[in-house]
Design a binder for this molecule. Structure first.
Ligand code: ADP
Ligand code: MG
Length: 388
């Protein structure tokens, strides 16, 4: 789960990370009042779950409260297109007004789970700011990486190593050691999967401040953090993914054109692979789960068909705990509600598969039945116009 910048900063501040003061503004008048209370010079910032806002015109410096009010008017409700939003952009529904900080230098700092080493990894660069992607692509040697030993955790030695690698003077290294310690503690105690501060800035007075903050949380850890779960903003999530999670389905939207409905995460992954192998790409990952009911199958089917990118659907069910005839019932029920206007290929194996196939063939549905996985993939790829 992601949260907004202002929420990430509130959480980080609770762990002792220094952030500039700020407040969410509800109206232009509000933005003016907040700017006044912060001394006039502020930055008005669009809050969306995507980075690159500065480049897209979602971050504006205001010299005085009047200008802050004007920036609010421009940013609130705008469709913000950034390198991370895709061409469709995001509608800005929340606007943050924060003190403008004088910046002497911008650094990049993040903590994440490195799957390769199965450790927490600290990444930092003295070339932080809005061009960090370019640094990563063109000069990766400018990013230092230090993995934390899980038996030891964070130590001042790690902080010093990163701080000196960033070229900080000894006094700032001391500040940095504390700050990184707070960030790691925040990461561990909130079950985060990513903390990213870009930029972390040094002011002319020699203070380190987090000017931007991104926090991602491990969904499986949210059960332990109801106060974080409450920060979920479904306006920022893919509407189909939101609907799927309400129906207890594991659905992730992808960029291909073959919609997949599968039971079991492993089979779902294998199905995506075999679609790719046959020459097309999956439009989604969808695991209807081991105990799929007629209702959850119907919901899954509606979600699949609501995606305009889907040009054919592959249903691949292995009936172990789930009975294939239940799945067939769900498909037939859903097809009665939503019109099925793309080709459908169905592969059912296992418990009551023959019965399910008979039900589907006898239904009014137009579909193609496959026995093997290979055959199913080939058929569905042919249905979207053949291999790419
Ligand atoms: P994004 O990463 O989405 O573009 P940031 O919050 O990092 O958004 O802002 C982009 C840039 O705007 C920063 O690199 C920084 O130069 C400037 N900026 C952001 N917040 C402030 C602030 N409070 N004071 C001064 N400059 C800021
Ligand atoms: Mg940033």
């Amino acid at each position: 789960m992601n949260v907004h910048e202002y929420q990430a900063k509130e959480i980080l501040a609770r762990f002792g990370v220094a952030v500039p003061e700020g407040q969410l503004a509800e109206s232009a008048e509000d933005a003016r009042r907040i700017a006044e209370s912060l001394g006039g010079r502020v930055v008005v910032k669009a809050q969306v779950h995507a980075g690159g806002r500065g480049k897209g015109g979602g971050i504006k410096l205001a010299a005085d409260p009047d200008e802050a009010a004007r920036h609010f008017e421009e940013i609130f409700g705008m469709t913000l297109v950034t390198p991370q939003t895709g061409a469709k952009g995001r509608v800005v529904r929340r606007v943050y007004v924060t003190r403008a900080v004088e910046i002497e230098h911008e650094y990049y700092l993040s903590v994440l789970v490195d799957r390769a080493s199965a450790r927490l990894l600290v990444m930092a660069s003295a070339e932080g700011g809005v061009e960090i992607e370019k640094v990563a692509a063109e000069a990766p040697e400018k990013i230092v990486k230090v993995a934390l030993d899980p038996t030891v955790g964070y130590t001042a030695a790690v902080g010093r190593r990163v701080g000196y690698a960033l070229g900080l003077e000894p006094e700032l290294v001391r500040q940095f050691v504390r700050m990184l310690g707070s960030i790691v503690r925040c990461f561990v105690e909130t079950d985060a999967s990513l903390v990213e501060i870009n930029p972390l800035v040094r002011t002319p007075e020699g203070v380190l401040l987090a000017l931007d903050a991104k926090l991602n949380f491990d969904d499986s850890g949210l059960v332990r953090h109801p106060e974080i779960r409450e920060l979920r903003d479904t306006d920022e999530e893919d509407p189909l993914e939101v609907e799927a999670s309400r129906s207890g389905l594991n659905y992730i939207k992808l960029d291909g054109d073959v919609g997949c409905m599968v039971n079991g995460a492993g089979l779902a992954m294998a199905t995506m692979d075999i679609i790719d192998l046959a020459g097309s790409r999956p439009a989604n990952f969808l695991d209807v789960g081991g105990g799929a009911s007629k209702e959850s199958v119907a919901a899954a089917f509606r979600i699949l068909l609501a995606d305009p990118d889907v040009r054919a659907v592959l249903v691949n069910i292995f009936g172990g705990i789930v009975r294939c005839d239940r799945v067939a019932e769900g498909i037939i029920a859903a097809a009665e509600e939503v019109s099925l206007d793309v080709p459908l290929v169905v592969r059912l194996q296992g418990t009551n598969a023959a019965e399910a196939r008979r039900m589907l063939v006898e239904s009014a549905l137009e579909l193609d039945v496959a026995d093997g996985l290979d055959e199913a993939a080939r058929k569905v790829v042919a249905a979207v116009g053949g291999a790419r």
